[in-house]
Design a protein around this ligand. Structure first.
Ligand SMILES: Cc1cc2nc3c(=O)[nH]c(=O)nc-3n(C[C@H](O)[C@H](O)[C@H](O)COP(=O)(O)OP(=O)(O)OC[C@H]3O[C@@H](n4cnc5c(N)ncnc54)[C@H](O)[C@@H]3O)c2cc1C
Length: 494
């Protein structure tokens, strides 16, 4: 193992000259770099993939539901503009692959970012240099130690003054079994290739794998909807393709999202089209289905997966060729084990953010504006941003992440006024459980005009009144979780 040069003696004095580490070169990680560069702070970006946007490349065939104007970070745009970058048409909806090619790749090529970017480099642990979690004295003044593994085997420790974890959640899909645990036989079914990755490209690169097969999708939400619609397309052209869909809930109203009432029309249309496929009999829907076990069996096509679920009518077994999981994702907290975190016990987001985004209570795409203050942990100068900051909640939007990292960069630069003045410039998205005619969130213009700050709106959600923008949450009855499938697995009692 090698260490970036630094002795124990000068560690504290030179801390402020050190770079700031960013974990992940997705849209939020790269936006963080852009904001830091604007503030004169040197970023050090670690990306485990071979290229930037590694997670998005896996779902590059999926069209985003938010238009370009919400997907470009303002500081990133300021870095890109002088390079002759051709800005995409702001009203159009990019595919994941376009987000990477037309935005992330040019951004990664900007010299200040290219110089800071280390691809094929996985962060395996973050700690404080020379101190484990139990040591408190002088802790805040110590640099962080970021341990990375370069593909091929070299392990290196880097000392940095702050760490922003923007590593997303893509690598950690939720298990399919009940109670947040894998069902018996689940690991074997994955190893045998019966359970695929989330969001395969069923009409494109992965077509041959799915054509003519009986495919089961488990889970609800945006990812499930996308996958089912693509399978519907495939079944039209490939005779013998059969689609089943199992969900744990009994209520079908919620499955189709907000439809015409969704503030992001593209997302609303997904639900409307999905409902039609089910009602026309192209998709066999199993509600109140809680997966309890997987076994494999011989079949005419060379092997089948038996998926058993408990239902109100007793156990039901579905025999399928392939299963596509759409049960959401969870954050990898293992790499942060040596840090002092303060997380919401349910959602695994920073504690004060948790109640505002809990998928059991919120389906809306917007949350009150929030930044460094709300995202802070007891571990000074450490932040989780982007998709991972929402923990297990599926309602994250890029525009929210861009505002998070603008505020974090300001805080690290010592500009506390800018850090605390958080703006909300989001579409009014989603359909709220409490009022189908509107959204549970403050409309963008209203929030901007009232100049809400993190303290005023979000610092103490428990204390605010029902009429404020942080109204006490009500259980969600309808609405697509944004971006991902519903971020949790089944309970037997559902
Ligand atoms: C299908 C789909 C559609 C979506 N559509 C929209 C939409 O329309 N609008 C919207 O606003 N949001 C959308 N989202 C939600 C969200 O904006 C995206 O998930 C977005 O990619 C999140 O960006 P991120 O930078 O936080 O994380 P990611 O894009 O996941 O990037 C994280 C990066 O970190 C890297 N990484 C992970 N672990 C490590 C490690 N240990 N060390 C180093 N690097 C690591 C990964 O390889 C990856 O490149 C969608 C999500 C999905 C899945």
């Amino acid at each position: 193992m090698t260490d970036t040069a630094m002795t124990d003696r000068n560690m504290t004095e030179e801390r402020n000259d050190l770079p700031v580490a960013i974990i992940g070169a997705g849209p939020v990680g790269l936006a963080t770099a852009a904001h830091l560069i604007e503030r004169g702070i040197t970023p050090l970006i670690f990306e485990q993939g071979q290229e930037v946007g590694a997670a998005i490349r896996k779902w590059g065939h999926i069209r985003l539901f938010s238009p370009w104007r919400h997907n470009i970070d303002p500081a990133a745009r300021r870095l890109l503009e002088p390079t002759g970058w051709a800005e995409p048409r702001l009203t159009s909806l990019p595919y994941g692959s376009e987000l990477v090619e037309a935005y992330l790749e040019p951004l990664a090529a900007v010299p200040a970012i290219a110089a800071a970017l280390h691809t094929s480099t996985t962060v395996t642990a973050v700690s404080r240099a020379g101190m484990d979690k139990t040591h408190s004295r002088g802790r805040d003044e110590r640099p962080f130690l970021v341990r990375v593994e370069i593909t091929g085997g070299t392990t290196t420790n880097h000392h940095v003054r702050a760490v922003i974890d923007a590593s997303g959640t893509w690598a950690q899909p939720n298990p399919l079994g009940q109670a947040g645990l894998p069902a018996p036989g689940e690991a074997d079914a994955i190893a045998a290739g019966f359970i695929t990755e989330p969001l395969p490209d069923v009409t494109g690169a992965d077509r041959d794998r799915f054509a003519g097969k009986h495919v089961l999708v488990i889970g609800a939400g945006h990812s499930a909807a996308n996958t089912l619609l693509s399978l519907g397309q495939l079944a039209k052209n490939e005779p013998g393709t059969r689609i089943s869909w199992a969900v744990r809930g009994a209520d079908t109203t919620r499955l189709y999202g907000g439809g015409d009432l969704d503030g992001l029309p593209a997302r609303g249309q997904l639900g409307t089209r999905l409902r039609r496929l089910v009602e026309d009999g192209h998709i066999e829907l199993h509600t109140s289905f809680t997966t309890t076990s997987f076994t494999t069996a011989a079949s005419t096509t060379g092997g089948a997966l038996l998926v058993t679920g408990s239902t109100p009518d007793g156990p039901v077994t579905l025999e399928v060729d392939l299963l596509i999981p759409a049960t959401g994702f969870r954050p990898d907290l293992d790499i942060l084990r040596e840090l002092r975190l303060d997380l919401d016990p349910a959602v695994e987001a920073p504690r004060e953010l948790g109640p505002l985004i809990d998928p059991e209570f919120h389906s809306c795409g917007t949350v009150p504006p929030h930044g460094a203050k709300l995202l802070a942990h007891p571990e000074k100068d450490f932040y989780i941003a982007g998709m991972k900051s929402y923990g297990r909640a599926p309602t994250f939007l890029l525009a929210t992440g861009y505002e998070q990292v603008r505020s974090i960069a300001a805080a690290l630069a010592g500009d506390h006024e800018a850090a605390n003045t958080v703006h909300l410039e989001l579409p009014e998205t989603g359909v709220c459980s409490t009022d189908l005619g509107g959204s549970c969130d403050t409309p963008a213009t209203q929030a901007a005009e009232s100049d809400e700050t993190a303290e005023s709106c979000c610092a103490a959600p428990a204390a605010v009144e029902e009429t404020s923008c942080c109204a006490a949450p009500e259980p969600v009855l309808i609405g697509f979780p944004t971006g991902l499938a519903h971020g949790r697995t089944a309970t037997l009692t559902d």
